[in-house]
Structures are given as C-alpha cells and as structure tokens.
Design a protein around this ligand. Structure first.
Ligand code: SF4
Ligand code: SF4
Length: 393
C-alpha cells in the first residue's frame, strides 16, 4: 500500500503553511523519519524561472520556509536548490532566488541557498533510456533529497509533479540535450523516470495550494486547490495528485512508464490516503492541454494513416511578436536550434521543431502560445467528454 498525505491549506499565510506542512509530515511519520541529525537535505523546489511567488509558477516560499524549519528541527541542514532553464551560473541563480522568495526564506530560517554550480557525471546502470546522466553537484553532496513540486499541467508531459520536478537536477541548458535526444514523449517520460530512480527522493511534496491549469507550466491559469500532498513514493504521489484534479492517470506519460516498468503497481485501491483524504475536498478539475497523438489507432490502421493523423494533430509554437521583448531566451533554449532571431524577433522552422515547448515554458513574457489544430482539439474534447461520462455513471 502506498501512503499519500492530503492536507488542506487554504492559503500561503505563514502560520497556515507551517501547520499544514507539520500535519503533512506527521501523517507520514514525522520529519525525523526522513532526516537525521547532521543530514544535508536538498530541498529541490520547482524554481523553473525568476517568477514571483504570486505568479503560481514556482514552489511557494512560505511552504519552503515551513519545510526548512522542520528539517532544522530534526537537526538537518536544509539546502534550497534547483537549476532553472537557461544558463546554470551564480548570477542566474541569484536572480531566481530573489524573485521566487527563496532569498528571504534563507534569511529568515538560516537555510542554505545552493550556489555550487559544479556538475557531475554519474552512472545509472538500472536506467531504461539513460545509463549516464549529468547532475548538479549539490545532489551528490546531499544525504537526503526532497522533491518539492508545484501542482501544474504541462504542455508536453500533461502534468508536472514530483517526478517531472526532478528534471531540474540536470544543469541549465544541458536539459536541451535531453530534449533533443529524446523528442518522443514516451522516451522523454522514460528518461524522467530514470532521473527519478537515480535521485531516489526520500520524500516528495506537492504544493497544490495554488496550482496551474491549461497552458502550464508557466502560462496557464491559476487554480486555488488549497491542498498539500506528500508521500514517500513520488509515483504514487503523482497518481493521487492527478486523480484529485480530474486528470486520468492513464494519460500521464510518466505514470504510464513507471507502471510499465513495475516501479509503481498501484491504482487508487492501492493508495492509502492520510490526513484530509479526498472525500470532502471540492477540488476543481484542471483543464488540460491536449497532447494526444495517433497512438490509439496504432496497429489498427496502415502506417501511412497513423503518420498522416499524427501530422494533422501536431501542435506548434506560435510567437506573439507584439508582446515579445526580443530577449532571445527562446532562441537560446531551443534544443534543435529551430528558432532564429530575425530583426530581433524569433522565427521558428517547424520542420526542425521537436515540440518540446521549452520556448513556451521559459518565455518570461508569455509570448509563446501553442497552436493546436482542430482535429487535436476535437479528439481532446471527445476524450474529456467520455471521461466525464464514465465518472458520472
Ligand atoms: S518569444 Fe519570449 S523568449 Fe522569445 S524572444 Fe520573445 S520574449 Fe524572449
Ligand atoms: S521551437 Fe520551441 S517547441 Fe520547437 S523545438 Fe524549439 S523550443 Fe521546442
């Protein structure tokens, strides 16, 4: 049985956050179960870009503060770290820590902010698609890693929670290589599962007080879900989280792969919900980005029909040149180099584009939209209707 704690937390007011964090950890046996005296504890928050706490993109500082206080209480040394998109250097980290409120957390609690930008090559013989990976040095130095994610939808992976959050341990622009080498959604999901099985977070937490639906992980709509979820098992945690926000777990590539690989065998019957559980919670269903492809007709029709439908449902990035600030970030992060800057504005070569949507995720100004063809939207609507029908009857 996998144990998942679900605790109500209506807002980020400090006292509420501290109380809810304490209850979440207690449901799983208390912080002492995870942290021993003297442990260096990497709090791997989601700090994907230099957004303010109120933007709902990054893990909220009052919850990070609450967790750091718990770690200190257990005698551990909390180290807050992540590798945002873009260059992995101290200047970039400082800007992200300041904007996201982590600098204040460090000041008020004494937690350490990671400024070690060394990287390490490590081997992972049990990996399915990657046997070697490059990670932030602070991961290797930590005794305990806690994945502290944000409850959000994702343009490529449908959902980003405890498992996807750990992709942040791949330093800065090296992430682009992983995207480039694994443009297929299934391979990329397998790689994320590999990263997770390498890191082996001792504890995973999701900040779902305010989540993000639609065009997540950075340009979607904020949703007040008012919950904190936690578990020792990141796959079970993601499974429970998506079930709670109305996403079918069978649509989430990382959950599919983890199950396929026998890393997580559960369904909701194998998950023991602790704390407030799901019963009395009125959590809004999240609108999801359409990421369907023609895999559902694979084997039933000739290859050329499957390929034709895949071409017809392919989403594509579209640049709003009016709001574009010509910063060139999208050009720098694009894994296959499909973006060029012409007259200071981005232009995309769709033949080269691998649909990773890093450009959309990392555009600070929200100037990259995702265009989804009518057939893709129609299939997505139909899937949603069928699911609602199944749930209602
Ligand atoms: S689309 Fe966004 S990331 Fe790209 S240049 Fe414009 S503002 Fe910068
Ligand atoms: S244009 Fe955007 S979606 Fe296409 S490959 Fe580049 S970053 Fe990925």
């Amino acid at each position: 049985m996998y144990r998942v704690s679900v605790v109500k937390c209506e807002n980020y007011e400090r006292q509420n956050a501290a109380k809810a964090m304490h209850a979440s950890l207690n449901n799983l046996g208390g912080i002492h179960k995870f942290v021993k005296n003297g442990d260096k504890v990497l709090v791997k928050a989601n700090l994907v870009m230099r957004k303010k706490p109120g933007d709902g993109v990054t893990t909220h500082p009052s919850l990070v503060e609450a967790l750091c206080r718990e770690v200190l209480e257990a005698g551990g040394v909390p180290i807050i770290g992540d590798s945002p998109g873009g260059p992995y250097n101290q200047t970039a980290l400082r800007a992200v820590y300041r904007a996201t409120g982590m600098e204040d957390v460090a000041k008020t609690t004494g937690a350490v902010l990671n400024y070690d930008t060394d990287i390490r090559e490590v081997s992972h013989p049990q990996g399915s698609v990657i046997k070697n990976l490059t990670v932030m040095n602070c991961v290797e130095k930590a005794d305990v890693v806690i994945s502290f994610a944000k409850l959000k939808t994702h343009g490529m992976m449908l959902f980003t929670g405890a498992v996807k959050n750990l992709f942040g341990v791949i330093p800065g622009i090296l992430k682009a290589e992983y995207h480039f080498n694994m443009p297929d959604t299934g391979d990329f999901a397998n790689m994320l599962v590999d990263v997770c099985t390498y890191i082996k977070p001792k504890l995973s937490i999701i900040d779902g007080v305010v989540g993000m639906e639609g065009e997540g992980p950075s340009s979607g709509r904020l949703v007040n879900s008012g919950i904190i979820l936690a578990s020792e098992n990141p796959f079970a945690l993601d499974f429970a989280a998506v079930s709670l926000i109305g996403i079918d777990p069978n649509d989430v590539p990382t959950i599919i792969k983890a199950r396929h690989r026998g890393l997580f065998t559960g369904d909701m019957n194998n998950i023991q919900l602790l704390g407030d559980g799901m019963g009395g919670l009125a959590i809004k269903r999240f609108n999801t980005p359409a990421i369907v492809n023609a895999s559902f007709i694979e084997g039933k029709y000739p290859r050329f029909i499957v390929d034709m439908i895949n071409r017809m449902v392919k989403p594509e990035p579209v640049f709003d040149l009016e709001s574009c600030a010509a910063c060139g970030d999208c050009y720098r992060v694009c894994p296959p180099g499909a973006i060029t800057m012409q007259d200071n504005k981005p232009r995309v070569d769709l033949d080269k584009c691998i649909r990773c949507f890093c450009c959309q995720e990392l555009c600070f100004h929200g100037s990259v939209k995702i265009y989804r063809p009518w057939l893709l939207r129609a299939i997505h609507r139909r899937k949603k209707r069928t699911r609602r029908f199944r749930n209602e009857f």
